[in-house]
Design a protein. Structure first.
Ligand SMILES: Cc1cc2c(cc1C)[n+](S(=O)(=O)[O-])c1c(=O)[nH]c(=O)nc-1n2C[C@H](O)[C@H](O)[C@H](O)COP(=O)(O)O
Length: 500
């Protein structure tokens, strides 16, 4: 068993050992293949990188992807030396980091959190910079990111009164599976950036509140950890979000593993042949500056490693995915297939033609194509056409993006959505307050649903339809403003008066 001092000797690009969970690995040959670039590994060459590693990767990653002989055994236990890896992390505490740690101590109590935006605010103050950047970022100027939320504010209600609204029931079925609410926790990657338990925290809260969870391909926890976290006694419903791998054998194995683990539906993400340019994520220095790594590693040509966490973890995604692949999926699995990331009427009609069970109208939370329209707007276009073609009962339609209030959820249901996916709010609640935060976020939405339905004049979500909505203004988008342009724009000058 090598000692820490032995491990320390292997600290460069030509001879690189790291420690993860007390296990030593020789990653020298793996360096050039690491999707996240060599720098992030070389920062921990000869050291313990467990903390950083586990934020991004499921614990079984190295055992899964490295040849067995690269595992060099456990660290000799009685090594009296402390490993610097974590220590160095401590030393680097800059002013901002010190302030963040101090704010964690002064965090508002959960009892002071009244809505989902409160979670976002607290998370923005207490999360590590890189984590906040990754979760909050949208693509380019984040116009679509903001439009996702603004679009809901252009829809007003036409409430009905003098109806007995004593017994409110917002439960529903999603793809035939019971759900206490018409929303689900959508797939968002890298849960451990926000919380040490990552996606397992969401699993536990979903069980407590009987909310369906969509398990992401790019989770920090391993798939097995997440499905094993489900409540044993109750048949807790989980869906799986699939990024299709260029190597279809890998994808087929993942789908078979989903079936083996009682996953109830497959949400194939179709809006990300390449992940968007999320500049907050890129700027958060996911891949570290070369300056603090003394090594002769040349930056790899080709992939621009400075693309933040997103690009670093997604190089496997198949840019060649196309409609013909749907036939292949229908051959290899009996699971209901839902296409996540449909963004126009024509593709929704194609999805029905290809016989999928559902679609998610989504622009990936504004993280993919800038100027993609909000999903609520696409839904408003789509439903009248489906009804006219008598296709509205052929598939279940979900939407996600920018949902922050129960009123947003009710607008989507009234327009014909079967359910609504919510992403960032549950990440922020998890990052700031753990399990209790996520449960509280779900309960806030349930309280808001009860109030809004009562004031709308409906007892169940089944009663909702577009007659409760005023859509007049929905398509009158205003631009929420290009922040960068506004910051750099130099206003015109007016003629100067002659000096006195
Ligand atoms: C916030 C967030 C969203 C991600 C997400 C990661 C984060 C941090 N990631 S990403 O790394 O590729 O971008 C995924 C993902 O793994 N797969 C996916 O289908 N959607 C991904 N999405 C999109 C997500 O499923 C919803 O479409 C989006 O979050 C809905 O918008 P709100 O966050 O405003 O609710």
């Amino acid at each position: 068993m090598p000692s820490i001092s032995e491990v320390k000797k292997h600290d460069n690009a030509n001879d690189c050992w790291v420690i993860v969970n007390n296990k030593i690995y020789d990653v020298t040959e793996f360096l050039p293949e690491h999707p996240g670039g060599q720098k992030i590994i070389l920062k921990f060459a000869g050291k313990d990188c467990t903390k950083k590693f586990e934020q991004i990767h499921p614990p079984d990653t190295l055992d899964k992807y490295l040849a067995p002989e690269k595992y060099l055994g456990e660290v000799e236990q009685n090594s009296d030396e402390e490993d610097e890896g974590e220590e160095e992390e401590e030393e680097e505490l800059d002013e901002e980091e010190k302030q963040r740690l101090e704010l964690i101590e002064r965090k508002p109590p959960l009892s002071q959190i009244y809505n989902l935006n409160d979670f976002e605010y607290v998370a923005s103050k207490v999360m590590e910079k890189q984590a906040w950047a990754y979760y909050s970022s949208g693509c380019d100027d984040e116009i679509t990111l903001r439009e996702n939320h603004f679009a809901y504010q252009r829809i007003f209600f036409k409430p009905r009164v003098l109806r007995n609204v004593t017994n409110i029931d917002f439960s529903t079925e999603i793809l035939g599976f019971k759900s206490s609410v018409p929303f689900y926790v959508t797939a968002t990657a890298l849960g451990k950036l926000g919380h040490p338990d990552g996606e397992k925290c969401l699993t536990r809260a979903c069980f407590k509140e009987n909310v369906i969870q969509m398990v992401p391909t790019l989770s920090s926890c391993s798939f097995q950890e997440i499905v094993d976290e489900r409540n044993k006694e109750k048949d807790q419903t989980q869906f799986f979000q699939l990024y299709v791998n260029s190597d279809r054998k890998i994808t087929q194995k993942i789908v078979e593993n989903c079936e083996k683990n009682n996953i109830k539906a497959l949400f194939i993400t179709v809006d990300a042949p390449q992940l968007g340019r999320r500049e907050k994520d890129m700027r958060s220095k996911y891949t570290l500056d070369a300056s603090n790594i003394q090594n002769d590693v040349e930056e790899d040509e080709g992939i621009d490693r400075s693309q933040g966490a997103a690009r670093a973890i997604s190089s496997f995604i198949d840019t060649g995915l196309n409609w013909e692949d749907i036939k292949w999926f229908k051959k290899i699995t009996k699971l209901p297939i839902i296409l996540k990331g449909i963004q126009c009427v024509d593709d929704a009609l194609l999805a029905i033609e290809y016989g999928v069970e559902g679609i998610v109208l989504s622009n990936h939370g504004g993280r993919q194509l800038e100027f993609a329209r909000s999903s609520i707007e696409v839904l408003a276009d789509l439903m009248p056409i489906l009804k006219q073609k008598k296709l509205d009962k052929k598939i279940e339609i979900f939407i996600d993006g920018g949902v922050r209030r129960a009123s947003d959820i009710l607008k989507a249901i009234a327009l014909g959505a079967k359910g609504v996916g919510i992403g960032r709010p549950f990440l922020y609640a998890m990052s700031a307050y753990g399990d209790d935060g996520v449960v509280k976020a779900m309960r806030i939405l349930k309280d808001e649903l009860t109030m809004n339905m009562r004031l709308l004049g409906v007892n169940t979500v089944g009663e909702l339809n577009e007659n409760y909505l005023d859509l007049l203004n929905l398509h009158n988008r205003f631009s929420s403003g290009d922040q960068l342009f506004q910051q750099v724009y130099e206003p015109l000058k007016l003629p100067a008066f002659k000096p006195k």
